[in-house]
Ligand binder design. Structure first.
Ligand SMILES: Nc1nc2c(c(=O)[nH]1)N[C@H]1C(S)=C(S)[C@@H](COP(=O)(O)OP(=O)(O)OC[C@H]3O[C@@H](n4cnc5c(=O)[nH]c(N)nc54)[C@H](O)[C@@H]3O)O[C@H]1N2
Ligand SMILES: Nc1nc2c(c(=O)[nH]1)N[C@H]1C(S)=C(S)[C@@H](COP(=O)(O)OP(=O)(O)OC[C@H]3O[C@@H](n4cnc5c(=O)[nH]c(N)nc54)[C@H](O)[C@@H]3O)O[C@H]1N2
Ligand code: SF4
Ligand SMILES: [Mo]
Length: 704
């Protein structure tokens, strides 16, 4: 029997809409939803079938039988596993209070469900991965507009100029965005890319600035200086909607284009030409503020300046510029019923200090890495239980050894994952979630020019004894006496609960995987945007009240990044288009495409060291060492070495990924404590490593 199932990919966090063809209970074909993506799918999305057919994933609940990380597991039933977790959670609650249990997830549109679970249990400690990802960019956006990172969408297709600072759009990809960039280029648009190395994005760009690592803030300051000098900004827009322009202009006066060009290592003429070009093209100019610009000590301020450049261009609520994402309410439709609407908010303050000690950070998910301190010091109170749903802290945060020391203070570590994560392998219980083709997820709202409701439907039955997370949390809630907050027993009942206020039915979504709430894109009146900016003043704030009230400057004087000492390099990282972080490395198809990572090293530097393409090199941090093959290239700045993140996995049951390539995480010693005080992001690119030719036998794959 054949059927078509409309669903959503989960091979990375973009969650593209997909069409799945199923024959006799087997997935035969996946493509991008033709109504939205014209059938396009990336390599990872296509490899979903390989994941479904792979047996190297947890096949039933497991309870640890040996020491943590020893890899001895007892396979148990769901009843035993969930009883075990509930009993441990209740014990922690009795002794330390419910707040001593924290739950982390990988963010995304369904956070509301997991957050409601931990809040219903009585703990305020819900968190996510984002201090390793987009927190700086998020908080930078809040400081300018009062709106978070997702407060704007980018109409790239209709833009005249897209500028990206290290946002490697073509490799760290979202299919819809890549299609838009190609359309923009076909229509004659300009694309300026800034990176310390050449990338898939750089080779598509019409202008490439190769900068010295860590100097983006200088470049952005120089651009603002020149924009003001050339009067290339939208005076009317600035006058109407912003505060603090004069203070900013005064601050950037010292940062001339000449100075910036020298600091970054680029040609000043190129920089000035760039500014006069955008001056002509505005407001159809988009400075991408970055997604994960959270890497250097001043990345928060660099991102702030990119947001400010958009404002100077007047690129707000215009075709070909930034736009407000529209909501169901903008279409006259009631929103989905939220799970949290049922649950009382816990009163305790958060253990990570967010909201009371750190008032300028968004309370929503707080900052995961600050919980390690609470585990170690039991201040402001102990954290004794950690549940990670779709999140692998050992592959997300730096310095795994330091993390383990903190986790060792906990009585319960639970991993709810489709794979054996590095954290899962160290935890006490693995609750295996069914992979995305084998499960449903709640309905979600996708905001945009044309908002829609979308969902993930089950294409095939689970191959193993796994469950969807909505069911896992429901079963756990029942055991903890909080089942009333999750009043459903089937996915259909859950969807009905969500959809009830909207007037739509699940069959409406099943028609093509989503319900469009409008046929034509919605735009607000740009002359009347009052009330849209959520800063204390209601204006776009160049001088941020939120920052100043918390003792942080709106404009931080530039400090040149330290040069690595002789023989050492700044360790930087990025993504491959065929992998998603660490969880695809063991995928049979994707592993074939890219089985290992390499270390990019500048050709001149490599020649001095006697390192040739393909040679093994040792990469040494403080106490940790990794061994990897060198990729010798002209296309990287000599101060940096670069590798693809996610490799060097240490779970033996993932035979293809086991010890293949090198882990960047392991080498990032000391960085767990290096937080950007204004943005909350971890400074992941602030590690210097030594590189030398390796005496290792190249035929021996496993490093002992
Ligand atoms: N050194 C270094 N650190 C980094 C980065 C880097 O490039 N270098 N990148 C940073 C960034 S941008 C991010 S976003 C984070 C990502 O950090 P992580 O949170 O580790 O993200 P992922 O690896 O995407 O996924 C986490 C876990 O989710 C599991 N998973 C995947 N799909 C599903 C599913 O459908 N259900 C369930 N239950 N589990 C699933 C995976 O198996 C994996 O174990 O890391 C950050 N940290
Ligand atoms: N294929 C694929 N796509 C993904 C993901 C994935 O895992 N795989 N993950 C998704 C996630 S969670 C995120 S957050 C995004 C991240 O998307 P991006 O923010 O684009 O992140 P990276 O791929 O890490 O690319 C970072 C780039 O920054 C460059 N860089 C390093 N130092 C500097 C510097 O000083 N200045 C400048 N200008 N550039 C510098 C690096 O050379 C690298 O090319 O990607 C998303 N898309
Ligand atoms: S970008 Fe690729 S892997 Fe990510 S959701 Fe879309 S199809 Fe899946
Ligand atoms: Mo990310």
């Amino acid at each position: 029997m054949r059927k078509t199932v409309w669903s959503m990919c989960s091979m990375c966090s973009v969650r593209c809409p997909i069409k799945v063809e199923v024959e006799d209970g087997k997935v035969k074909w996946i493509e991008g939803n033709p109504h939205i993506l014209k059938g396009a799918l990336c390599a990872k999305g296509s490899a979903g079938i390989a994941l479904q057919r792979d047996h190297e994933r947890p096949q039933q609940p497991l309870i640890r039988a040996g020491g943590r990380g020893a890899g001895k597991w007892e396979p148990v039933s769901w009843y035993t596993a969930l009883d075990y977790v509930a009993e441990k959670m209740n014990k922690i609650k009795e002794k330390y209070g419910a707040k001593a249990v924290m739950l982390s997830c990988r963010g995304g549109p369904w956070q509301d469900l997991w957050k409601s679970f931990i809040h219903a249990f009585g703990s305020p400690n819900f968190t996510n991965h984002d201090s390793g990802c987009g927190r700086n960019v998020h908080h930078a956006s809040k400081s300018v507009y009062g709106l978070g990172r997702k407060g704007f969408i980018y109409d790239i297709k209709n833009a005249k100029h897209l500028i990206s600072f290290g946002r490697n759009l073509m490799a760290s990809l979202r299919i819809a965005e890549v299609n838009q960039i190609m359309d923009m280029l076909d229509a004659g648009g300009s694309f300026t890319y800034v990176d310390v190395r050449q990338t898939l994005t750089g080779i598509k760009a019409t202008r490439f600035f190769q900068v010295r690592p860590g100097t983006d803030y200088a470049l952005a300051l120089g651009m603002i200086n020149e924009v003001i000098k050339q009067e290339a900004y939208d005076k009317e827009f600035i006058e109407k909607y912003t505060t603090g322009f004069d203070k900013m202009a005064e601050f950037v006066e010292q940062y001339t284009a000449e100075w910036a060009a020298k600091e970054c290592g680029i040609k000043v003429k190129k920089l000035k030409d760039f500014v006069s070009e955008i001056g002509q093209q505005r407001p159809k100019v988009i400075f991408h503020p970055g997604w994960m610009l959270s890497r250097y000590r001043d990345s928060f301020y660099a991102s702030r300046m990119l947001h400010i450049l958009n404002v100077l261009m007047g690129s707000v609520e215009v075709e070909g510029g930034q736009q407000f994402p529209k909501t169901p309410a903008d279409c006259g439709v009631k929103g989905l019923r939220t799970f949290s609407s049922m649950v009382p908010k816990p009163e305790d303050k958060r253990a990570d200090g967010v909201g009371w000690k750190y008032k300028h950070f968004d309370k929503g998910p707080g900052l995961f890495h600050l919980f390690y301190d609470a585990m170690l010091t039991e201040e402001p109170y102990p954290i004794k239980g950690v549940i990670c749903y779709r999140h692998d802290p050992f592959n997300c945060f730096p310095d795994v050894t330091a993390q383990k020391e903190a986790f060792d203070k906990c009585d319960l570590l639970v991993s709810i994952d489709t794979h054996y994560s590095e954290f899962g392998w160290y935890s006490d219980v693995i609750l295996p979630e069914s992979m995305y083709l084998e499960r449903e997820t709640p309905v979600c709202t996708q905001k945009g020019p044309k908002p829609r409701f979308a969902f993930r439907d089950r294409a095939v039955e689970p191959r193993f004894d796994t469950k969807p997370s909505w069911e896992i949390f429901k079963m756990l809630a029942d055991r903890l006496g909080i089942g009333e907050y999750f009043p459903w027993t089937t996915a259909e009942e859950m969807w009905e609960f969500q959809l009830e206020p909207t007037g739509y039915k699940i069959d409406d979504l099943r028609e093509k995987g989503f319900v469009a709430l409008t046929d034509t894109p919605i735009m607000y009146d740009r002359d009347n945007l009052d009330g849209k900016f959520k800063t204390p003043s209601g204006k776009i704030e160049f001088v941020s009240q939120m920052l100043e009230e918390n003792g942080l400057p709106s404009f931080k004087p530039y400090e040149s990044p330290q040069k690595p000492p002789k023989g050492r390099f700044r360790l930087i990282f990025g993504r491959s288009p065929v992998h998603a972080h660490g969880h695809t490395i063991n995928n049979p198809l994707l592993n074939e495409l890219m089985p290992e990572n390499t270390l990019w090293i500048n050709s001149r530097v490599a020649a001095r060291m006697g390192v040739k393409e393909g040679d093994w090199v040792d990469v040494i941090a403080d106490s940790q060492k990794g061994t990897i093959r060198a990729h010798v290239t002209d296309f990287i700045h000599p101060e940096a070495v670069y590798t693809v993140h996610g490799f060097g996995r240490q779970v033996p049951l993932q035979s293809r990924a086991y010890h293949a390539g090198m882990s960047d995480q392991k080498l990032q010693e000391g960085l767990l404590e290096m937080m950007d005080p204004a943005g909350g992001g971890l400074c992941l690119c602030e590690k210097f490593v030594t590189v030398r030719r390796s005496p290792r036998n190249p035929r021996r794959r496993v490093e002992l």
